[in-house]
Design a protein around this ligand. Structure first.
Ligand code: LMR
Length: 394
């Protein structure tokens, strides 16, 4: 049977990881996969995570199954973190998932089950795996304009024009904060316009929030997601703990689906648990337990928030320094957008040939669409990157 298998398309981000590892140059710079790195190039285990793991190791009495939806305490803690008090808790059905990707996958399957013909609208560009999974599931997809290549900002007029075409019952995937791959984000007033338009169209939003705390802070970053949850009778939210807790390999995420009325909420909750059962039965627990331990212990939570804030400020600082260096080298404000963008990523607007030249001639690895991971930089590598950007004519 396996002779019938065809080659599958390589994932752009993950193949870049492999190419970087294989490059023998010592001064190579990895700006590929979205993983936070400190000034020494390490991806540290956060202090509160270490403390929570120790506590779990000391206190955990069993590793027997949790529930199909995961530990309800995790759902409560994450609902609080993401939604605050924007909606009553009894509107929310929630299941733990293997990472944010697991939440996205379950959301797509939920959509397919509830509304098989619904088109899922994604931003152009979006995280490549959104499109890859939608195509794999053979679901109808449409793209809405998002990025203005000239200003490297959001193309709000194009976005609103395209979303005005959404049919009632279609799903619109929105990045809650820190848009991946562009780094360009909707301003609060633009969010209001998008929400009003989608309400008028009868659309169902699906918010992917994978970087809460990496933009302007935990509360500010959750603002748009909370506004969406409060404005729509039905919506979905896929949240990841990979980045803000730094527990990438523990695969920790959550899918929340909101509806109205106790009977619907109960059926929705049961459907999400059913989908977990079909795909992997019980979701992973270790990462979820770490997160719950941190969020429910005031001292651990305070320490986590302060370390996360330091990471965020570090990325913000790197953005300022890089924008400043490029301003100095080009004698222009062309790269000022780097300081305005938020989160780990910025799409700098280089052509695929220029990206290739940066890799070949300068050992700088960024994704082919010129997305770079700001957290892969440090003050020592910024001058080399800036020189490479200018040398290839980007
Ligand atoms: C990224 O966009 O680099 C991350 O979300 C990692 C991944 O799985 O692609």
């Amino acid at each position: 049977m396996f002779e019938h298998l065809k080659d599958q398309p390589a994932d752009k981000i993950l193949s870049l990881m492999a190419a970087f590892r294989a490059d023998p140059r010592e001064d190579k710079i990895d700006l590929g996969v979205g993983v936070y790195k400190d000034a020494t190039g390490q991806t540290p285990v956060m202090r509160a995570v270490k403390a929570a793991e120790r506590r779990i190791w000391e206190e955990q009495q069993t590793k027997s199954y949790t529930g199909l939806a995961g530990d309800p305490a995790f759902a409560d803690a994450m609902t609080g973190l993401v939604l605050g008090d924007a909606v009553p808790r009894d509107r929310v059905a929630a299941v733990a998932t293997p990472g944010g990707t697991g939440a996205i996958r379950q959301a797509f399957e939920l959509i397919r089950m509830a509304a098989p013909g619904a088109t899922v609208w994604v931003s152009d560009p979006t995280w490549p795996n959104h499109l890859s999974i939608l195509r794999y599931l053979d679901m109808p997809v449409a793209e809405y304009r998002y990025f203005d290549a000239a200003t490297r900002d959001v193309d709000l007029a194009g976005l609103l024009a395209d979303l005005a075409q959404v049919a009632p019952g279609d799903v619109v995937l929105l990045h809650g904060c820190c848009h991946n791959p562009t780094g360009a984000n909707l301003a609060p007033a633009a969010w209001d316009e998008v929400i009003a338009l989608l309400r008028a169209r009868g659309a169902v939003p699906l918010v992917d929030i994978a970087y809460q705390g990496f933009g302007d802070g935990l509360q500010a970053d959750a603002g748009p997601t909370r506004a969406v949850a409060a404005a729509f009778g039905e919506c979905m939210i896929a949240a990841s703990c990979s980045k803000n807790f730094g527990i990438y390999r523990e695969r920790t995420g959550i899918l929340m689906a909101l509806t109205e009325g106790a009977a619907r909420q109960e059926r929705l909750q049961a459907t999400l648990a059913f989908l977990n059962r079909q795909n992997y039965s019980f979701p992973p627990d270790h990462g979820a337990r770490i997160v719950t331990t941190i969020l429910t212990d005031p001292a651990l939570r305070k320490d986590w928030e302060s370390e996360l804030d330091a990471m965020r400020r570090n990325m913000q600082g790197l953005r300022q320094v890089l924008a400043g260096e490029l301003q100095r080298l080009t004698n222009s404000d062309r790269f000022g957008f780097l300081a305005r963008h938020r989160g780990m990523f910025s799409r700098i607007g280089a052509s695929p040939e220029q990206v290739e030249a940066m890799r070949r001639d300068h050992g700088v690895y960024m994704v082919g669409d010129s997305r770079m991971n700001i957290a892969g930089l440090n003050e020592a590598t910024i001058p080399a990157l800036a020189k490479a950007i200018v040398a290839v004519g980007a």
